[in-house]
Design a protein around this ligand. Structure first.
Ligand SMILES: CC(C)(COP(=O)(O)OP(=O)(O)OC[C@H]1O[C@@H](n2cnc3c(N)ncnc32)[C@H](O)[C@@H]1OP(=O)(O)O)[C@@H](O)C(=O)NCCC(=O)NCCS
Length: 421
């Protein structure tokens, strides 16, 4: 004890002499990276983006090849386990996801009890939080348990979303296919719309899910990594991520794109006056710009091809492939795809900012007849694969993520008692 007291005295003496502690934190001289622009915080094996070339790789595979040759399930396996599955591994993985399609009765009761006119993303955020309470591995934080939890979340999200949307819209529930006749994409589409998709629709929807599955340290993934860096659980990471994705500067942009097309622009001749006004008022045009890409987002480029096909199909046939329409008066709106193309020409020329994934996912989802309130949560349903992969990677070599802020204001203010203020 005496020795300790002696050590302490020495410390205080050293401080008086002006040691490092005595100077305190020197945050004034440190640069501020507002929005963490350009800051590299760690390494990853999951995803690589070159924002100048406009390229994107999942585990080293170019996104275009994955879109062309693989399926959502295969990409999910790749992102979670770091390698492409063998046929046997893929079948086993698909089976496990199919087994997760049902949700606990209690979650359905909760979904039915939510107030009406609630955004689907809020319902999803709350339901995922509740789901953790029914997870049999709840207090097991091992990597294997995290993978099992992650797969439960990935398998159940489509059911939660479709159920919550249909409850809110007073539509009968469509139960998931638990026999495995339908792929992840086909089953998801079927539960949302009540229609079993044609091969063409299923394929396009599957590609859209692949394009959204992962995107390095985007803001919602960052939120997930920050959450698990405290050694919190994976459900909490997903809930943080969903709450972050919701904002219009991130995943909320896709819904806004279709709404401005249908409700504000409406005709091709109105595209340029509308965009001019936005630029004049220094308003953001959703679907353009990106923190990383300084050229076309490669996903926008891929989805553009599909958006073209389905946007035109929706116009030609009132009810293509049983696709329902939800916008009365839509027949008076010009082709969404053609309006989008005109907008791209103008915005790229005038502002030098390029389309991001949301600009073309919106007309594609619209063309596929996916209900608009589901656009943003649908993004979450696919991105949760990336969130799980990143949470696991963070925990493998964890370091608490905790940056600093430089305080601005007066210090050493004199405390004034309540009665004297
Ligand atoms: C994605 C986004 C948040 C990136 O933001 P960021 O890296 O912080 O870049 P900034 O918002 O600072 O933008 C840089 C400049 O481009 C302009 N800009 C960026 N995106 C713009 C957009 N969508 N519409 C109009 N101007 C835009 C900004 O006004 C700013 O111009 P200034 O330098 O004259 O002030 C931003 O581009 C944006 O808000 N886009 C619209 C929302 C969206 O589509 N989000 C989905 C992303 S996948």
């Amino acid at each position: 004890m005496e020795d300790k007291a002696e050590e302490k005295t020495v410390d205080i003496e050293e401080n008086k002499e002006g040691t490092r502690e005595d100077k305190g934190d020197d945050l004034e001289s440190k640069p501020i990276y507002k929005g963490l622009v350009g800051v590299v915080v760690d390494t990853t094996e999951i995803c690589s983006i070159d924002g100048i070339k406009g390229s994107l790789y999942y585990r080293g595979y170019p996104i275009r090849e994955l879109v062309e040759y693989s399926s959502f399930e295969e990409v999910a396996f790749l992102l979670l386990f770091g390698k492409l599955p063998s046929r046997f591994e893929l079948e086993a993985f698909k089976d496990k996801l199919i087994q997760q399609r049902d949700i606990p009765d209690r979650i359905l009761i909760i979904l039915k009890s939510f107030p009406r006119n609630t955004t689907r993303i809020e319902l999803l955020r709350t339901a995922i939080s509740a789901l953790s309470l029914y997870d049999e591995d709840d207090y097991d934080y091992s990597e294997q348990a995290n993978i099992r939890k992650g797969m439960r979340i990935i398998g159940k999200i489509p059911t939660i979303l479709a159920y919550s949307h249909r409850i809110q819209s007073n539509l009968p529930l469509v139960e998931p296919d638990t026999e495995g006749k339908l792929s992840h994409a086909a089953n998801f589409y079927y539960m949302m719309t009540g229609n079993i998709p044609t091969k063409l629709v299923e394929d396009a929807f599957d590609k859209l899910l692949i394009c959204h599955a992962e995107h390095a340290l985007n803001t919602s993934t960052f939120a997930a990594r920050v959450t698990v860096s405290t050694l919190s659980d994976i459900y909490s990471a997903i809930v943080s991520a969903i709450g972050t994705l919701r904002g219009p500067l991130h995943g909320g942009a896709n819904e806004r794109v279709i709404l401005y097309m249908l409700n504000e622009i409406k005709t091709k001749k109105n595209v340029i006056p509308w965009a001019k006004e936005k630029i004049k008022n220094k308003e953001k045009i959703m679907g353009f710009g990106h923190r990383v890409y300084k050229t076309w987002d490669p996903r926008a480029y891929i989805l553009r091809e599909y958006a073209k096909k389905f946007s035109e199909m929706r116009r030609k046939q009132k009810d293509p492939d049983g696709i329902p329409t939800e916008f009365p008066g839509e027949e008076d709106v010009d082709s969404i795809f053609q309006m989008t193309e005109k907008l791209v020409d103008y915005v790229v020329k005038k502002k030098g900012i390029y389309p991001n994934v949301d600009l073309f996912s919106a007309p594609l989802l619209h063309g596929l007849g996916v209900p608009t309130p589901l656009y943003t949560p649908l993004f979450a349903s696919s991105r949760c694969v990336g969130w799980v992969a990143h949470s696991i990677e963070q925990l493998k070599n964890n370091k608490l993520i905790r940056p600093r802020l430089r305080f601005q204001g007066e210090l050493n203010k004199k405390y004034v008692p309540l009665d004297e203020r």
